[in-house]
Write a protein that binds this ligand. Structure first.
Ligand code: CAA
Length: 353
């Protein structure tokens, strides 16, 4: 593969552009409007300049990466791409429209991949005339940093296509897990349930943003608190993922918490809109709280539910302990996978109290 298309240039799409360009691929970044293209360009420029300022890239390398990317609003720019990765918002009708357009204008041998966070890859494949060449390729935020990717195959997938995409992901320096098409895949199902649970603690008046975020940073040693992580993922995306999981499981607590839907309804989508659980007008410091008892209570409640959910996923046969551990460590930057936590504390000590 030589030339890669990326459709949708939000934080995730621009991150995917960066991942491919850094590995030397020619990349075409396409979005629905000139403004969306400019946003993608500026997301890439910010990320590269951060890498330069940290001494991770030279100015020449940064310019070299930028010069590998062409930008535009026209899908025909991707007609000769070998792979197109779609990273548009989580709206099935939008993805269906994009895939049917891609199908008609990108060469027939190309692989079309969706970065969907939880929608059915099978349903997306079905709108095309090349169902065997449609696959899920799911990155994690920030895409240039997180090493895990989920490669999602469907009943239609050609095994050579799956292998090509797995090999490609390895070539990008990622660790791919091959999984079947199920709502939330591995990481989002575990992660979003945990994040939603954190919002419910606020909705129910049990805890506060600062206690929850500092508990999970300080006691669990997670890199971010759940509420700041929701802001990074996007509250709209999070609601969509939870709706998909809820539609599948029918479990009440899988439905998006009201503290999430209420924010989305007033346009507070997290970092991308400048306002979510935090305000992003200025760089914010991580939340802190001196309420040690409150933090311990939150930690125990959230971690017990998260570990139980990981065990349920393994026991259902959907994913292996190894893939679940790797997903949570390499997709979300956690210091250890859930089964490593269980081994460390001893399964006879669970649930923690
Ligand atoms: N783009 C590119 N690189 C970035 C970046 C970005 N947006 N943000 C941070 N980085 C890089 C930094 O340059 C730095 O690189 P070096 O170590 O090479 O210098 C590294 O990441 C660490 O950055 P910082 O020191 O600035 O900050 P940090 O140590 O606090 O890490 C973080 C920031 C990487 C975001 C970390 O907090 C983290 O891993 N958080 C968890 C994020 C997570 O859970 N992601 C998955 C969400 S689920 C999802 O995305 C899927 C979905 O479908 C919803």
């Amino acid at each position: 593969m030589e030339k890669i298309g990326v459709v949708g240039l939000g934080i995730m799409g621009a991150g995917i552009v960066e991942v491919f360009a850094k590995s030397g691929y020619s990349v075409v970044g396409v979005a629905e409007s000139d403004a969306a293209v400019s946003l993608g360009q500026s997301n890439l420029a910010k990320s590269l300049s951060r890498a330069v300022s940290r001494g991770k890239l030279t100015d020449e390398e940064s310019s070299g990466i930028t010069s590998l990317v062409t930008w535009g609003t026209d899908f025909s720019l991707m007609s000769d791409c070998d792979l197109v990765v779609e990273a548009a918002p989580e709206i099935m009708s939008l993805k269906a429209k994009i895939f049917s357009e891609l199908d008609s204008c990108v060469k027939s041998s190309a692989i079309l991949a969706t970065n969907t966070s939880s929608l059915s890859v099978t349903s997306i494949a079905e709108v095309t005339s090349r169902r065997s060449h449609v696959i899920g390729l799911h990155f994690f935020n920030p895409a240039p940093v997180q090493k895990f990717v989920e490669v999602i195959s469907t009943e239609f997938s050609d095994s050579d296509v799956v292998k090509k995409v797995v090999d490609l992901a390895r070539g990008l320096g990622k660790e791919p897990a091959q999984i079947a098409d199920q709502p939330g895949f591995i990481v989002n199902k575990l992660l979003l349930r945990y994040l939603n649970h954190a919002v419910r603690l606020i909705d129910d008046g049990i805890s506060t943003r600062d206690i929850i975020d500092s508990a999970m940073r300080e006691i669990a040693h997670f890199p971010m608190g759940p509420l700041e992580l929701l802001d990074l993922i996007g509250l709209d995306t999070s609601v969509e993922v939870l709706n998909t999981i809820y539609d599948d499981t029918g479990i009440d607590t899988d439905g998006p918490a009201s503290g999430l839907t209420a924010r989305v309804n007033i346009g507070e989508l997290g970092r991308k809109s400048g306002e979510g659980f935090y305000t992003y007008a200025q760089p914010h410091e991580p939340a802190t709280s001196q309420d040690d008892e409150g933090k311990q209570r939150v930690y125990v409640e959230l971690i017990n539910a998260y570990l139980a959910s990981a065990c349920e996923m393994r026991d259902s046969g959907y994913a292996t302990e190894h893939d679940i551990n790797q997903g949570m460590k390499l997709g979300c930057g956690l210091p250890e996978g859930p089964f490593e936590t269980i081994a460390r504390v001893g399964s006879d000590q669970l649930p923690l109290n």
